[in-house]
Design a protein around this ligand. Structure first.
Ligand code: NAP
Length: 390
């Protein structure tokens, strides 16, 4: 899309530091913020700040080679807990439990491969506060988890023993849930087969388990996760049973959702972590529309949904923007080169679509001698240098 040439791309430009709202008003008719949600939602239980307790978003940034996070990640636990039953929990579980060599066919950055190669993990415990058919996993991603080499999926038969009218009336009417049910049942059958060769790593799925405390050792490090067993309330929710269990782990990741971050001079809803808006039109504290300012994606609707949702969301914002033509900003300087000059005058090392292609070719070339599809460049300085052909 960018290669078509009618959209200019400026990378490595930070709103609020390199460009202000005033600058945008001077050069454009409107702005759409699509800044997403990159922080972890907080989990308010005792001990969550213990050493060895991490947010999934930070770990994802590390294994994706985000340039602004440290290059090293402490992977020193044999037993690890992951809290949450969404696709992010699945993604990080897969990364943690997979043998590093099986990632070489992917774009895994070198430092991540080296880190994961040292990972002593043996057991990963994945916790959901509701039942196996209430998960937010998508079937494809769940099935993939069962196909990871040398990893046994372990289920707890207690989790499948509830009478729950909500499952038949509301869940099994959904095709995705039916597929998920089949996947789980297949794993249960495999587990019941005593002849299976044990794998060297195990992935334990715990349902009806609500985290209540991160247990710490004397040094303040994670030594376990305390959960309360829950049960279905028959209406899609849970009831507490008063029965607690502690599973020993030395590291814990919470994957219970992302949270948006505020932007300079733009209204922000602190409780939901989004920019308040109506169909993409940003609203001020008084509830009135802020002219010229729009939002789309996770910063607009919260951190839920796949790419398809994001597309329809963008269409809605664009429709609002086009309808509002009469209230757009009236920029003083609309010459295309003016913004380039401004970035140049401020010594902002911005990158372009041509630079993106240079970096892409560079990464592919780095991978070639090693028989890998590409080797990702992780440092911001190097990315910028290669992109700008400096
Ligand atoms: P999500 O799908 O909303 O899942 C969040 C999970 O955290 C839910 O299982 C939720 O349980 C649980 N949770 C929330 N608060 C909790 C608490 N206090 N204690 C225990 N559990 C709690 O969010 P996500 O995994 O961050 O994913 C965000 C979106 O990105 C999703 O739409 C996802 O499908 C998408 N995504 C897709 C892919 C992919 O396609 N490969 C990869 C990553 C992300 P309840 O259901 O009980 O609330």
């Amino acid at each position: 899309m960018l290669d078509r040439g009618d959209i200019r791309f400026f990378g490595n430009v930070r709103y609020g530091r390199d460009l202000t709202l005033e600058d945008l008003k001077r050069h454009y008719h409107a702005v759409i913020f699509a800044t997403g949600a990159i922080r972890d939602a907080s989990l308010d239980i005792a001990g969550i700040d213990a050493a060895g307790s991490y947010g999934a978003a930070d770990f994802v940034s590390w294994f994706d080679g985000h340039p602004d996070v440290p290059r090293d990640w402490p992977l020193d636990a044999e037993q690890v807990a992951v809290i949450g039953n969404g696709n992010v929990a699945l993604d990080i579980s897969r990364m943690l439990i997979k043998h590093a060599d099986d990632l070489l066919s992917t774009e895994v950055p070198d430092n991540v491969y080296a880190g994961l190669k040292q990972n002593p993990i043996q057991d990963l415990h994945l916790f959901g506060r509701r039942g196996p058919l209430y998960v937010k996993f998508t079937p494809l991603e769940l099935r993939e988890l069962g196909e990871v080499r040398d990893v046994d999926v372990v289920l707890d038969e207690r989790d499948f023993g509830f009478e729950d009218p909500y499952v038949d009336s509301n869940l099994l009417t959904n095709k995705q849930v039916v597929v998920i049910s089949r996947i789980m049942n297949k794993w249960r059958d495999e587990q019941a087969n005593a002849d299976r060769e044990p794998a060297s790593r195990r992935l334990h799925l715990h349902f009806w388990s609500k985290p209540t405390e991160v247990v710490r050792d004397e040094s303040g490090r994670v030594s376990g996760i305390k959960v309360e067993r829950t049960a279905p309330d028959g209406r899609g929710g849970i009831i507490d049973t008063g029965e607690f269990e502690v599973v020993p782990v030395q590291a814990l990741y919470r994957a219970i959702g992302y949270f948006g971050s505020p932007l300079d001079e733009i209204p922000f809803d602190e409780s939901r972590g989004v920019i308040p808006n109506e169909q993409g039109r940003v609203l001020g504290v008084d509830g009135a529309q802020v002219p010229g300012v729009y939002a789309t994606g996770w910063i607009k609707r919260g951190p839920i949904g796949l790419i398809g949702h994001t597309k329809s969301d963008a269409m809605e914002t664009l429709e609002s923007l086009l309808e509002d033509r009469a209230t757009w900003w009236q920029p003083d300087v609309i010459e295309a080169e003016a913004i380039v000059q401004l970035l140049h005058d401020r010594s902002v090392p911005y990158t372009t679509i041509e630079g993106w292609h240079r970096l892409d070719s560079h990464e592919l070339a780095l991978g070639e001698p090693e028989g890998r599809e590409r080797i990702k460049v992780v440092s911001r300085e190097e990315m910028t240098r290669v992109s700008r052909a400096e």
